[in-house]
Structures are given as structure tokens and as C-alpha cells.
Design a protein around this ligand. Structure first.
Ligand code: ATP
Ligand code: MG
Length: 330
């Protein structure tokens, strides 16, 4: 039976980079059924809803989803879609490639960010004219689930080659109750599974990562810390146009480039399709098409190294030129 892939281009350059990624997937001749859904600013304008119920259901019922970007409605689209795939971990690799100018060319780290709780799940209250509060939520169960995913991730050899095990980043010296619980749960699971795990205080980590990224491989973080620290790593590798991500759930997952709609270049056909194509490579690996995923990565790396390149990487090629070159290298 064919696998059903929900495809949501969304707004801006999502309309350019998602079709590029689909071209690459189609070139592999896997038995995929692609089903398009609508979400984002344009649908909200025409229907009043940024995320129509049909799109939510399409994603919930698919084997996996490839998503582009949404503009002003991003939060109204992506938060419910993460929920539709029941995502408990956000996977964000940040890798520098030969041929791309990077602040730290030796960077090759994968962030595994808790995707359901922390301050983002907390309740904010305005208690008076002067005082607002936020409750931070950390459970042992969600922390253990993330750690179990991390242990499988490293056991499957999906982490960078230069480091065994994983690092857990937290701030349990100050947030003793919440991050104390997170730290203990994650290190417990690592010990039970026999996986090497070391730890860093997240502020120290934020200094050490840019100074020497080669000491880190897989990094496990609570929600907000993972959001901020993975963006820091993105800055080390040379551009938003390169970075893919995955929201992984128990039997579903959604893949999306880290970048947004890039309104400054949208509609011109010059967006870099790499982040979307690498998101498609993560989708392939998630669905068990590991060899095809590896082929896509190799083709992307070859094009990054030899060109053609889009404007963000100093070239003058179009999205189509780069996509055709990737397909050609396959
Ligand atoms: P949004 O609100 O949708 O996130 P944004 O204005 O923050 O939009 P981003 O998409 O986050 O824009 O991009 C930030 C900058 O990086 C822009 O200048 C954009 O052109 C550039 N950029 C992002 N993605 C790409 C890409 N795939 N190719 C080329 N340039 C990109
Ligand atoms: Mg943005």
C-alpha cells in the first residue's frame, strides 16, 4: 500500500520550496501518494480560518506531512498541526557543509527539544497592574519519553559521528524543582539504557557551543532552551535556507524547514530549496526509506559544494536550477 504524505505549502516561499522538495521525492520513485492541504494567511483571508478542519484531519490521518511556512498566522497553524501529529519531540539538526560560509564550519549538532511542555505549555496570568506570572510545566513522563527517543536516536547511529551518547542541557541549579526533575528523568533513562550522557548548564552551554561546537553531538533540552539554543546553532552554520526540522509523534510526524515565509524574496523563484529538501530527507528516514534519505543528503551536499547556488549562498541560481541539480545528482 502506498504511503500517504500530506503536503502543505502555506504562504510565501513555502509555495516555492515545498514543490521543489516534492520534485526530489518524486524522483526517487517510491510509492507515495501526495495529498495537498491548505493552511496559512491566504486561506484565512478567503475562509476566515488559518487551519481548516480538513487540513488538520488530513495531517492527523497521513503517514507523514511536509509543511512549508505560514506568515502572520504561523502560530495558529503550526501549534495545532504539532498537536495533530501528537509531537513530543522537535528534531533540529544544525550542520555546516563544505562550500557554505559558516561561522563555525566544524558544527554538526542535533537538538532534540521537548515539544509539549515547559514555559510554552504554562499558564500566564496577569495578577495586577504590576504583576504577571507564568507557570512552568515539567513532567517525569514527558522528560522520560524525550530521553527514550534520544537513546534510540543515538543507538540507531543517527547522531553526528564525532560524538557518542548525548548531552542534556538544563538549569537545575536555579530551577531545582522543574529542571531538577527534567535532568533526573533524562539521566535516569540514559543510565537504564546504558547510553553515555553528560550534562551542561544551559548558560554555560550557550558560551561553549560557539567557542567549540565539535565537543557536542546530540543535545537534549527542555522546550524553551531547545528553541533558543538550536537557533544559536543555526547561526553557526551559515543560513536559514539550510536548516530542516521534524516534529515527531508516536505514529505520525511533520517535517518543515526552520525558515519562515521570507516575504522579502517570496514569489521571485530564488528561494533556497535546501532546508525543504533536507526536511524531505528526514521524512524519508522517518518512514524507513533510509537509503533514499541518504541519497538525497549526498545529492544536496554535492550541490552545496559545487553549485549551483541561490543568492543567500552567494550564487545567482533559481530555486528550479538548484532543484534540478539535486535531482540530477540523485
Ligand atoms: P516569517 O515571519 O514568515 O518567519 P521572516 O521575515 O522572519 O518571515 P524568514 O523566512 O524567517 O523571514 O527569513 C529571514 C531571512 O532569511 C529573510 O531575509 C529571508 O529572505 C532569508 N531566508 C529564509 N529562508 C530562505 C531561503 N530558503 N532561501 C533564501 N533566503 C532565505
Ligand atoms: Mg522568521
Amino acid at each position: 500500500m502506498s504511503e500517504r504524505i500530506a503536503v502543505i505549502e502555506g504562504d510565501g516561499i513555502g509555495k516555492e520550496v515545498v514543490p521543489a522538495a516534492i520534485d526530489v521525492l518524486e524522483a526517487l520513485e517510491i510509492d507515495f501518494e501526495f495529498v495537498e492541504g491548505e493552511a496559512g494567511d491566504a486561506v484565512e483571508e478567503s475562509t476566515g480560518e488559518a487551519l481548516p478542519a480538513e487540513t488538520y484531519d488530513l495531517v492527523a490521518d497521513a503517514d507523514a506531512t511536509l509543511f512549508g511556512a505560514a506568515g502572520d498566522t504561523a502560530a495558529d497553524v503550526i501549534l495545532p498541526l504539532r498537536d495533530a501529529v501528537d509531537s513530543f519531540v522537535n528534531v533540529r539538526p544544525a550542520k555546516a557543509y563544505p562550500g557554505v560560509d559558516a561561522l563555525r564550519p566544524e558544527t554538526d549538532v542535533v537538538f532534540l527539544r521537548e515539544n509539549t511542555e515547559g514555559v510554552y505549555a504554562g499558564h500566564e496570568d496577569r495578577l495586577s497592574e504590576d504583576l504577571s506570572t507564568l507557570t512552568r510545566v515539567i513532567t517525569t513522563s514527558a522528560s522520560r519519553e524525550l530521553a527514550e527517543y534520544a537513546c534510540e536516536f543515538v543507538a540507531d547511529g543517527r547522531g553526528p559521528d564525532h560524538r557518542d551518547g548525548f548531552t542534556v542541557a538544563h538549569k537545575s541549579n536555579v530551577m531545582r524543582e522543574t529542571d531538577g526533575r527534567f535532568r533526573e528523568a533524562v539521566l535516569d533513562v540514559a543510565a537504564e539504557r546504558g547510553v553515555d550522557a553528560d550534562e551542561e548548564l544551559m548558560d554555560a552551554f550557550a558560551t561553549k557551543l560557539p567557542l567549540d561546537p565539535s565537543q557536542y553531538g546530540v543535545v537534549v533540552c527542555p522546550n524553551l532552551a531547545g528553541d533558543v539554543l538550536s537557533d544559536l546553532a543555526a547561526g553557526l552554520v551559515g543560513g536559514l535556507g539550510l536548516l530542516p526540522s521534524a516534529n515527531v509523534g508516536h505514529d505520525n510526524a511533520l517535517f518543515e524547514p526552520v525558515h519562515g515565509t521570507a516575504p522579502d524574496i517570496a514569489g521571485e523563484g530564488i528561494a533556497n530549496p535546501t532546508a525543504a529538501v533536507l526536511s524531505a530527507a528526514m521524512l524519508l528516514e522517518y518512514l524507513g526509506h533510509v537509503e533514499e534519505g541518504r541519497r538525497v543528503r549526498t545529492a544536496v551536499e554535492s550541490v552545496l559544494s559545487d553549485g549551483p547556488r541561490t543568492g543567500d549562498l552567494g550564487g545567482d541560481a533559481t530555486t528550479e536550477d538548484v532543484t534540478a541539480a539535486i535531482v540530477d545528482r540523485l
